[in-house]
Design a protein around this ligand. Structure first.
Ligand code: ZN
Length: 216
């Protein structure tokens, strides 16, 4: 079974996550908003009382070297309210900027707040994306009916994560989860997550995969 994982919003916490992923040669996809980065690291918001900071735009290529990059829109708005030039900027210009920053093709999109409608789908498709991630459904997920509505099985903190992973291992070719590294808010959670990455990586029936490789 192939395991795919998506991590969103590009916070400084990704540094620790990537450290773990590299240690076990685990592949992962990072969904980024290129319009929200500044020259220096910048304060983003509070999560569970902890400050979430964004990386600086200059460190992105090095931090995410070797990982898959996914377009998460320029500035993370609800895209369903947008039209015309603004919609195009959030989707097409964002993809172009990510390709310029990382010097490689960006083929995937992730809908901010999992919000999309007919015009969003059209804009994502016409900007050249081959796949897009939407809300989780937990059931059979691959191949999706529409690659622009590709659903993960679950969030990484889903209480049934383990159950769904074991179930997918028996019945499916893919297990797909998502999350934010800033949701790892305690040492305990980091240790537990690293333990799982190590365990999954040493399972001969499991292989890490990028999403582009499923749709390319
Ligand atoms: Zn997001």
């Amino acid at each position: 079974m192939k395991v795919i994982q998506c991590w969103d919003d590009g916070p400084v916490n990704d540094l620790r996550l990537i450290d773990i992923l590299r240690r076990y040669q685990a592949r992962a996809t990072f969904c980024l908003n290129p319009g929200l980065y500044q020259d220096e690291r910048s304060f983003g918001w509070l999560h569970d009382g902890q400050e979430v900071w964004r990386l600086s735009i200059h460190e992105l290529p090095e931090v995410y070297e070797g990982f898959e990059i996914c377009n998460h829109s320029m500035t993370h708005p609800d895209l369903t309210g947008l039209t015309g030039e603004r919609l195009d900027w959030e989707i097409r210009a964002s993809r172009e900027l990510l390709e310029k920053i990382f010097q490689k093709p960006v083929l995937g999109f992730c809908y901010p707040f999992n919000a999309y409608d007919h015009s969003t789908l059209h804009a994502v498709r016409s900007a050249g994306h081959l796949w897009a991630r939407c809300g989780q459904n937990g059931k059979h997920i691959f191949p999706p009916d529409d690659p622009l509505r590709f659903s993960p099985h679950c969030h990484f903190l889903d209480p049934e994560f383990r159950l769904k992973y074991e179930h997918a291992k028996k019945k499916e070719k893919i297990f797909f989860f998502w999350g934010h590294s800033y949701e790892l808010t305690s040492e305990d959670m980091w240790v537990k997550f690293e333990g799982w990455i190590k365990e999954a990586g040493s399972d001969e029936t499991v292989e890490w995969s990028f999403i582009d490789d499923l749709f390319g």
